[in-house]
Design a protein. Structure first.
Length: 227
């Protein structure tokens, strides 16, 4: 009778030990399976993200066409850096939740003004008998307007269910160029450019040994659109 009880005890111990070891094996198997599922889920999410928001591929055309070469005679005498916030939207009617598109562009731009010395004629510089020089400079004008793409960015964009307007960002950037140009002109960049050009030319002429320089009064060229 004692032998039978001891045998049952041994069997029970082995069963419990097997269950314990099996439980440990099952725990690690479940843990490994969970990690595998998490890894597969992350991979799937990355694949979906790549499909929904693909990384753009830039393929420049290998053929370069030289359109025009010009001699540069512009004297740049004033530069402004301007920041503007532009809100652009389309399809904001009753069905805006479907077709609407709205973005906020933080635009950083640079405007350069000066005079084009290539427009000067022979009679624009007159020297009298007393060594006085009379100069008629071309009027100051806007030479360059451009956005700084490294500093300009889309701050926010809200798009309807169906899709975004592909031309909206381009329109916003063109509007930003116009607004940046207008801001610089209203702040007097052309007058500053004219004054700086006269000061520069005066120093140059006086360094040649002339005793006095006078400038004819000219009106700066007001821009109508961004160049």
């Amino acid at each position: 009778m004692e032998m039978k009880i001891n045998l049952n005890t041994v069997v029970l111990v082995f069963v419990l030990l097997a269950l314990f070891i099996g439980g440990i094996v099952l725990f690690f198997a479940v843990q490994q399976m969970t990690q595998s599922l998490e890894s597969a889920d992350e991979t799937l999410q990355k694949r979906i993200e790549e499909i929904v928001n693909p990384i753009p591929t830039i393929i420049p055309d290998p053929v370069t066409v030289l359109v025009e070469v010009q001699d540069l005679s512009s004297l740049e005498t004033a530069a402004y850096s301007v920041e503007k916030i532009i809100t652009a939207e389309s399809g904001q009617g009753p069905f805006g939740f479907l077709f609407g598109d709205r973005l906020i562009l933080v635009a950083h731009g640079r405007i350069i003004a000066g005079v084009d010395l290539g427009k000067m004629e022979d009679d624009d510089i007159v020297i009298d008998a007393d060594g006085r020089v009379q100069v008629t400079l071309p009027p100051a004008e806007i030479l360059h307007v451009y956005l700084d793409n490294e500093k300009s960015y889309i701050y926010d964009r809200d798009t309807g269910f169906i899709g975004m307007n592909p031309a909206l960002e381009s329109e916003a950037r063109r509007a930003a160029e116009r607004e940046i140009l207008n801001a610089a002109v209203e702040d007097g960049i052309l007058n500053i450019a004219q004054e700086n050009a006269e000061a520069y030319i005066e120093r140059f002429i006086l360094s040649l040994g002339f005793r006095d320089v006078e400038f004819a009064e000219v009106m700066p060229i007001e821009p109508t659109t961004a160049p």
